[in-house]
Design a protein. Sequence first.
Length: 62
Amino acid sequence: MKDIRCGKCRALLFRMSGATNEIEIKCRRCGTVNHLRPNEPEPERQERLERDVSCGSISPRK
């Protein structure tokens, strides 16, 4: 894990693992260490069940 520190006082702000994109943040108030991971990305677009010419294409359907 890579330590991310304050540029002024060098206090540890959080730890980051580049391989898994996991972040570990320690609460300054209570000292609890919180582990955060990104959510799975949403698919860019959903697949069409049937060809649709509503996209503006002028080519004939086959």
